[in-house]
Design a protein around this ligand. Structure first.
Ligand code: AOF
Ligand code: ZN
Length: 362
């Protein structure tokens, strides 16, 4: 492995330490190397905190003049919550900067590299670019579209059912798969479910991994049917919660707001919530990623409207049968196979006795 790849791998490892904490910022890691010796490492710990480059500089014990810096993302050159990293790099007299990903943020977008080069710093772009790009899919999507990067997750039986004909769904997937779902909930900024899921299961939709902030819970409830005594409403003071509606009594909206819920009125589309409008409003609230644990109708809407980027499908070695038993993607459906929603090659994993298929929506 080339030296530059070795140090970039280390920078990547640092970047990942910010997972679940940096939203809506990217995960970024940095390493400073001089004469084959690592002088310091750093990463972006949390949104609002030091950027990776400045975090690495804050860990220096020796002079780094003439050193190389490896950073997984193009250094920023603007004043945001933090001052420009390019300035710190210039001040510290770094000689070479090795970069993984470009930063598509319009405030940066190549200008970071330009400034470094204008100041006599050698810039090498694209070191382990694919790996660096792969950790910030959420950030790239969000900064380009203003919409949350959306992932649909469901667990089904080997015959494609998400519940039995009587509505029973506890539990389709095995314990290990359910543990993994809690880990996912700690990674995505929001979790979206429909009112029918709340009425049927009275779920918490929180993350049970200690130390993780947990997602904002978002319920699609077009006519504000959510019961005041549901667990979601009762715990809204503790876990950030949004109820998205189209209509509903002012009194009910007030009662929900008094419980700490953000009631968000959105546009209507064919008698339901206009998901594109909801996504755009969630984007404005800085929700950059969304895990959809919806029923079949929500899943069909996000998929057919091109709002979903990724799919996690747990398949359990169980058969439920039943013509009336719910399936993961319902709605109206698609008339012709040639018009289907296409998915990429699956990544296949085993979780306990289940199989997890991960697909990109292409
Ligand atoms: C870097 N290194 O570690 C990160 C960068 O509001 P701010 O100041 O935190 O700026 C956020 C923007 O800065 C973000 O949208 C992205 O373009 C860049 N993030 N850049 O050089 C870092 N986290
Ligand atoms: Zn920066």
């Amino acid at each position: 492995m080339a030296d530059s790849e070795f140090y970039m791998k280390l920078a990547l490892k640092n970047a990942l330490k910010g997972q679940g904490f940096v939203s809506p910022n990217p995960m970024v890691g940095a390493v400073i190397v001089k004469n084959g010796r690592i002088l310091a490492e750093g990463w972006h710990h949390r949104c609002g905190d030091l950027h990776a480059e400045r975090d690495a500089f804050s860990n220096l014990k020796d002079d780094c003049a003439g050193a190389d810096m490896y950073v997984t993302l193009e250094p920023c050159c603007h004043y945001g919550k933090q001052p420009p990293c390019t300035e710190a790099i210039i001040e510290h007299k770094i000689k070479w900067v090795f970069i993984g990903s470009d930063d598509p943020n319009p405030l940066v977008n190549g200008k970071g590299c330009e400034i470094l080069e204008k100041n006599g710093i050698e810039v090498i772009k694209g070191v382990l670019k694919e790996e660096c790009d792969s950790i910030n899919k959420v950030f790239f999507h969000y900064i380009k579209t203003g919409l949350p990067y959306c992932v649909c997750k469901y667990a089904m039986t080997a015959d494609g059912k998400i519940a039995s004909y009587s509505g029973d769904s506890k539990w389709i997937s095995c314990e290990e798969s359910r543990k993994l779902v809690h880990e996912m909930r700690g990674i995505y900024r929001g979790i979206l479910a429909g009112i029918n899921t709340v009425l049927a299961d009275d779920p918490m939709l929180n993350c049970r991994i200690p130390g993780r902030p947990g997602p904002v819970r978002i319920i699609c409830d077009s006519s504000l049917k959510i019961p005041l005594e549901s667990k979601i409403v009762k715990t809204a003071g503790k876990y950030e919660t949004i109820v998205a509606a189209v209509t509903g009594e002012a009194e009910k909206a007030e009662a929900l707001r008094a419980s700490g819920i953000n009631v968000l009125f959105v546009k209507e589309k064919e008698g339901h919530i206009d998901l594109r409008d909801l996504f755009s409003k969630l984007g404005k609230l800085k929700i950059d990623s969304l895990l959809v644990e919806g029923g079949g109708d929500i899943n069909f809407s996000v998929l057919s409207e091109g709002l979903c980027s990724k799919l996690f499908v747990f398949t359990a070695p169980k058969i439920l049968g039943g013509r009336e038993a719910k399936t993961p993607v319902e709605g109206k459906g698609i008339e012709k196979v040639r018009d289907c929603i296409s998915l990429g090659e699956p990544v296949v994993k085993k979780t306990g006795c289940d199989i997890l298929l991960e697909y990109e929506v292409v």
